[in-house]
Design a protein around this ligand. Structure first.
Ligand SMILES: NC(=O)c1ccc[n+]([C@@H]2O[C@H](COP(=O)([O-])OP(=O)(O)OC[C@H]3O[C@@H](n4cnc5c(N)ncnc54)[C@H](OP(=O)(O)O)[C@@H]3O)[C@@H](O)[C@H]2O)c1
Length: 245
């Protein structure tokens, strides 16, 4: 029976992923801000087959509690087979351009809190000598675009961190998986007009579970974003800087 820790468990993508792990009869530990929603999830996941579901409140920006929260999860799970870090926020790019507090908050939620958690988790997983660490970043981290480079820079920071962490934990049998979704129809993007490239949280969840199972270093979700981002990254800067997207 696999043990799974999900951080940012109330996100639509995390919920869909938890449902897949429940079907595999895993033992789950959920961390999220809203305990009422976590309690609803617990009931739903247990009906779907989860061996057990525990949860605790967690605000990612309260760095001081990170270690205690992870220790509490380890006490219940005994051992972490898979940790999925899924929390995040889509900042208002225009506001961040003129208000450093807003930009700083975006980096805190999307990058620094994740790095704080990873610093702690890396030590614990290294001691275990096995397990998988999966983090939801974004295709936005692959290249800075003028319309969302604050979010992109935060996600890109985490992706670079994960590259280094992967090498560091390789001798200890710990896999590090960077999940890069494209456009996903979730509460985070409810205000954005949808189009052909949009995926559901369920589609992304399948990519996450498969990517972790196969120990892929980087998972584009859905897969076609790998090719889209290859094209985006190959556009010369002299042209790219003129593109209004
Ligand atoms: N949707 C997309 O198009 C897309 C694309 C690429 C990557 N992603 C990434 O996918 C991940 C999941 O997002 P989603 O699309 O599933 O959106 P979502 O349903 O809006 O989930 C975002 C989650 O992050 C949590 N969160 C935000 N700030 C937090 C904090 N300070 N402490 C703890 N939790 C916090 C929110 O908690 P509350 O429920 O309490 O508000 C929410 O559950 C994020 O990392 C996002 O950046 C999304």
């Amino acid at each position: 029976m696999k043990t799974i820790l999900i951080i940012g468990a109330n996100s639509a993508i995390a919920k869909a992923t938890a449902r897949l792990y429940a079907q595999e009869q895993c033992q789950l530990y959920l961390l999220g801000r809203d305990t009422a929603t976590l309690a609803e999830q617990k009931a739903d996941l247990e009906i779907r087959g989860a061996a057990s579901v525990d949860f605790a409140p967690f605000d990612a920006t309260h760095f001081a509690i990170h270690e205690a929260v992870i220790d509490q999860a380890l006490d219940i799970l005994g051992h972490i087979d898979i940790v999925l870090i899924c929390h995040g926020s889509l900042p208002d790019q225009s506001l961040c351009e003129v208000d450093f507090d807003a930009a700083s908050e975006a980096f805190k939620v999307n990058a620094l809190s994740v790095i704080s958690l990873l610093n702690i988790l890396a030590q614990k997983m290294q001691q275990q000598n096995n397990g998988s660490i999966a983090v939801v970043t974004s295709v936005a981290g692959d290249r800075g675009r003028q319309s969302n480079y604050i979010y992109g820079a935060a996600k890109g920071m985490v992706s670079l961190y994960l590259q280094g962490l992967r090498g560091r934990l390789f001798p200890f049998n710990v896999n590090v998986i960077d999940i890069k979704p494209g456009f996903v129809d979730t509460p985070m993007t409810s205000h954005i007009k949808k189009g052909a490239l949009w995926a559901s949280p369920e589609q992304v969840a399948h990519c996450i579970v498969k990517g972790i199972d196969r120990n892929k270093p980087t998972v584009y979700a859905p897969y076609f974003w790998r090719y889209i981002m290859q094209i985006v990254c190959s556009i010369p800067e002299s042209i790219f800087k003129k593109l209004k997207f």
